[in-house]
Design a binder for this molecule. Structure first.
Ligand SMILES: C[S@@+](CC[C@H](N)C(=O)[O-])C[C@H]1O[C@@H](n2cnc3c(N)ncnc32)[C@H](O)[C@@H]1O
Length: 210
């Protein structure tokens, strides 16, 4: 799972989770087998809660892979809402399309393939939620481009912000770790957001747009 809390606590949290339906369970098994880095059920439940709490109708997801996190958002959005799935790999999108149909959420999701940052720039509207899960080197650029696309009172949510704990190394030289460190600093310093990092799994930043 790539968790950063000690293993017994991680196990405790995950063992308590209610079982998922057949489609999500199959996706979790496939992700584990093929080493696809999905957010997993503990984080999926946070997404469901967040979207429900703000009665989100529009979600722009940057980096969707086989669509596991997309399904959690899609099940939480209000009637008539839409989640935009994006991924650079068309094979992922094809796979995701099948899962969306089986999960009964295909009519709430628009699939787009290509660079998520470019695809976002093609959208003219603001979103209730922008979720960032693209390549980590791009995180500082995502903050600059995505921040204006979140509506006031909406959420900018980002996965992997603790990067297996490597962000705590002040002397890190790895480009992805440095990019996430820069992202976290800038997000907390931004006057546009009120931010909290939830230390669940690999760290989830939840930033409320002021
Ligand atoms: C961590 S996985 C996403 C997992 C997914 N959010 C989930 O939890 O189910 C990251 C995905 O983002 C895609 N990706 C990375 N950078 C991207 C970019 N700039 N634009 C579009 N897709 C990107 C990769 O192809 C990969 O499938």
């Amino acid at each position: 799972m790539g968790g950063i809390t000690v293993s017994p606590v991680e196990d405790y949290v995950y063992n308590m989770l209610p079982p998922r339906d057949e489609v999500l369970a199959e996706m979790e098994a496939e992700a584990a087998q093929k080493k696809i880095p999905i957010v997993g059920p503990a984080v999926g439940r946070i997404f469901y809660q967040l979207a429900t709490m703000i009665q989100a109708k529009t979600v722009f997801e940057m980096g969707s892979a086989i669509g596991y996190s997309t399904i959690w958002w899609a099940r939480a959005i209000a009637d008539g809402g839409r989640v935009i799935y994006t991924d650079g790999d068309p094979k992922n999108a094809e796979k995701a399309r099948g899962f969306f149909q089986r999960a009964g959420v295909a009519n709430r999701i628009s699939l787009k393939t290509g660079d998520a940052l470019e695809l976002l720039s093609e959208e003219k509207q603001q979103f209730d939620i922008v979720f960032n899960d693209v390549d980590k080197d791009d995180y500082p650029r995502v903050l600059r481009l995505a921040a204006p696309r979140v509506r006031k009172g909406g959420l900018f949510v980002t996965d992997n912000v603790l990067w297996s704990g490597r962000v705590a190394d002040a002397n890190a030289v790895d480009s992805r770790t440095k990019a996430i460190q820069e992202f976290n600093r800038a997000l907390y310093a931004s006057p546009d957001f009120y931010t909290t990092i939830l230390p669940i799994r690999d760290g989830v930043a939840v930033a409320l747009k002021k």
